[in-house]
Design a binder for this molecule. Structure first.
Ligand code: BG6
Length: 489
């Protein structure tokens, strides 16, 4: 698929996501000569800025992000693509001016991608007004809409949002973004699984004891108190990014790389996940909130002392859960997932623990126990694939030790590509394979909804953990004593 020129119209362009991700990603694509000639970027914002002020802002966004790699001559040509358009998304009259701008003469392409980096509560209004102003008509070029998570707040609100969106757009026009699917190592999970014949015979309940997915962050909630307190870790990370990782690890081989083939297989996994009845929520999920502590050698405040957080908040900053996939491949294999802010280390890892081998061969030797094999998939910050095996120690005795086969895939001179670069380019190509179909979102909500509902009424207690630790004690999630959170790669 080839990338086609388009006008990117970014709603919420002065916000945090645009600042730290979208504008730097578009700049990088320009550096890599991936943005087709004729591509323009229209920032829609409420602030009364002129073009000059916007260019200064974007320069700052990019310099802050790329630091020493900033290239003045590339920025000069990138800035030719940039426009600032002042508009209040709440005011219907402001959309007419936007439509006039986009429908006017050159330089704008007739292909338009609208990026909604705004509060979900504004999605409906913006889409309605774009539709009223005929900006979704595809007579002269394609029209696509990129929608940031969270897609809804729970199952009911996601379905209501979908109903409203589908009033204005066909499914082919909707790009629901989960930026985890744009991460290089996440895509490598598919290649590792389906391009290596050695793994497939082992990738099932006969050989795998359990699977863990960890996403831990050292940072707290920064200035996102308003959003985060209404969301919590389960909605913010588990329902979206971590369940997506689970689908890639667990799915059957798709028949092709086509968007529908890939998404069909992911949905089958989500549908096969055993529902958690409300009375079993305590056995399957755990939540916690960070208290004051130390992070990177500095004293940091607790969640309840952060800006815009009510003193009696029970919003979780840590969530863990156990799931079972009731299909032939995975029956009985627990999938443990956890995520948290202000934890000991920032890392995202998928750890696959294999069953113990029988030990009869070693009877009468010093070997009376042995570590199981692990396959470790480091998503970030270290992108790596490691396999832990047992070998004999050198010497006369029959002693064993663990050794690691390192199948990491990046050479030192190969740069990582930011997830947003990949995904923003896919929109220009019309490739939806790394975007979510609505049924994926819907089934993901079905999985977490009983937990959310239970936690919503249990408002008198939440476990705490010191900032800078590995989270609250939640070992009761594990099925066996031999299972425990693995924090090292
Ligand atoms: C976002 C969440 O979707 O993902 C944030 O809202 C989280 O709370 C972020 O920090 C993590 O993304 P990444 O790419 O930094 O791992």
């Amino acid at each position: 698929m080839n990338a086609e020129p388009c006008t990117y119209v970014i709603f919420g362009a002065t916000g945090n996501l645009s600042r730290i991700k979208l504008m730097p990603a578009l700049y990088h694509l320009d550096v890599a000569k991936q943005l087709p000639e004729g591509t323009r970027i229209v920032a829609v914002g409420r602030r009364p800025w002129d073009q000059q002020k916007w260019l200064a802002e974007v320069r700052d966004m990019i310099q802050t992000k790329v630091k020493a790699d900033f290239d003045e001559s590339v920025f000069q040509s990138f800035s030719q693509r940039l426009y600032y358009h002042q508009a209040d998304i709440q005011k219907p009259e402001d959309y007419k001016a936007l439509a006039d701008l986009l429908n006017g003469k050159q330089p704008f392409s007739r292909n338009i991608a609208f990026y909604l980096s705004i509060s979900p509560s504004d999605f409906g209004t913006v889409l309605e007004q774009l539709s009223v102003n005929q900006l979704f008509d595809e007579e002269l070029g394609w029209r696509r809409v990129i929608i940031e998570k969270p897609f809804g707040y729970d199952l009911d609100s996601a379905q209501a949002l979908q109903k409203r969106i589908s009033h204005y757009l066909s499914e082919e026009q909707i790009y629901r973004i989960d930026h985890y699917l744009g991460k290089g190592m996440v895509q490598n999970v598919l290649v590792f699984r389906f391009a290596n014949v050695m793994l497939e015979p082992l990738w099932n309940r006969n050989y795998i004891d359990h699977i863990q997915i960890t996403h831990s962050e050292e940072i707290g909630i920064d200035s996102r108190g308003d959003y985060y307190n209404g969301a919590g870790a389960l909605r913010d990370m588990l329902q979206s990014h971590l369940l997506q990782l689970l689908t890639l690890v667990a799915m059957e081989p798709p028949v092709s790389m086509e968007a529908e083939a890939l998404r069909d297989e992911k949905v089958k996994v989500l549908k096969s996940i055993r529902p958690i009845p409300k009375e079993a929520v305590h056995a399957h999920a755990h939540r916690g909130q960070y208290a004051a502590g130390t992070s990177k050698g500095e004293k940091v405040k607790g969640y309840l002392q952060e800006d815009n957080i009510p003193a009696d908040s029970v919003t979780e900053t840590y969530a863990s859960m156990k799931l079972y996939i009731d299909n032939w491949r995975w029956r009985g294999v627990p999938f443990y997932m956890r995520t948290g802010k202000r934890m000991a280390k920032a890392q995202s890892t998928i750890s696959i623990c294999f069953r113990h081998p029988p030990l009869q061969f070693f009877r009468g030797t010093n070997v009376n126990c042995m570590s199981p094999n692990w396959v470790l998939l480091g998503i970030q910050p270290d992108e790596c694939i490691k396999i832990e095996m047992t070998v004999k120690e050198p010497g006369l005795e029959m002693d064993t030790r663990s050794t690691t086969l390192d199948a990491s895939f990046r050479n030192h001179d190969e740069k990582a590509i930011d997830a947003y670069e990949d995904l923003l380019l896919d929109v220009l190509k019309g490739d939806r394979s790394l975007f979510l179909r609505f049924d994926e979102v819907e089934h993901a909500w079905r999985i977490v909804d009983p937990i959310l509902q239970t936690w919503a009424v249990e408002r008198d207690y939440i476990a705490t953990y010191p900032a800078g630790s590995w989270g609250p004690e939640d070992s009761r999630l594990f099925d066996k004593d031999s299972q425990f959170w693995r924090s090292s790669l």
